[in-house]
Design a protein. Sequence first.
Length: 67
Amino acid sequence: MEKSVVVRVERKVRHKLYGKYVKTSVKYLADDPENSCNIGDTVLIEECRPLSKRKRWRVKTILEQAV
């Protein structure tokens, strides 16, 4: 997957019945035209027109580089 990245967004959701907080995650495919993202980077993505079957997001900036 050149020029593409998989971005996982995690959030905590409260369980309806038990009230305990549960971590849920969603994966998005984002376009990275410069191929500058690495594994573990924190990125900011923005919605754009459909670029392929599953790719509807574009990497806007890299907030934090992975060590």
